[in-house]
Design a binder for this molecule. Structure first.
Ligand SMILES: [Zn+2]
Length: 203
């Protein structure tokens, strides 16, 4: 028997699909330091947090561009745009509210340093900076806080999907990392940050 009270909503009233900002961040659901011990990039170690694993490796292998006392800067293996960096605390915490004052200060200060480094090396026209917190917030690695710093160029949205699929990226990535690392060394003191901090925890 037909139920006269059933109401079919007009699809036109449904929320619109993802807006521009949401689409921009979607690829970062893929995490990045996914190389296994043989150096393969396609077989992630499912159980190891990539943000804890990165700084345990040497800079080149771990894609680390700079090491502070409480936080570090690391390249994204699957960048949304060339030069995409992240700033992470060494401590495995998921939310910015879990950082203590020293960590929080260096986390934000290092974000401004990373942006300046990016500006000097890559000369972008703009930046996207942000944190996806929790799985519901879109974080690819929800259990370890990471701030995205993505350089943007006028018109880059036309080629970014192609760039993101490029297999040669890990090689270019190390060139980019080295260029950033050199610039971090130049600029860190003027931001009141160490060239290479004495890490505050046991990695
Ligand atoms: Zn972690």
């Amino acid at each position: 028997m037909a139920d006269e009270h059933v109401v079919v909503e007009d699809p036109g009233n449904f929320p619109p699909p993802e807006d521009t900002v949401e689409r921009l961040w979607a690829p970062q659901r893929m995490s990045y330091v996914l190389r296994d011990t043989e150096g393969h990039v396609d077989k992630p170690k499912a159980k190891e947090c990539p943000f804890c694993a990165g700084p345990k490796k040497d800079d080149a292998e771990g894609l680390v561009a700079w090491r502070g006392t409480y936080v570090f800067a690391i390249m994204n293996l699957y960048p949304y745009n060339v030069g995409h960096m992240m700033v992470c605390p060494y401590r495995h915490v998921g939310l910015i509210t879990e950082l203590d004052d020293s960590e929080l200060f260096e986390f934000e200060k290092a974000t401004t340093l990373a942006m300046a480094v990016m500006g000097h090396v890559s000369h972008p026209d703009g930046y996207n900076i942000g944190i996806n917190q929790g799985e519901a917030g879109g974080a690819g690695v929800a259990t370890h806080l990471h701030q995205h710093i993505v350089p943007r160029w006028n018109g880059d949205s036309n080629f970014m999907p192609i760039v993101a699929q490029t297999r040669a990226m890990p090689i270019l990535l190390d060139d980019q990392r080295r260029a950033y690392a050199a610039e971090f060394e130049k600029l860190a003191p003027s931001f009141g940050l160490p060239l290479r901090g004495t890490v505050s925890i046991d990695l």
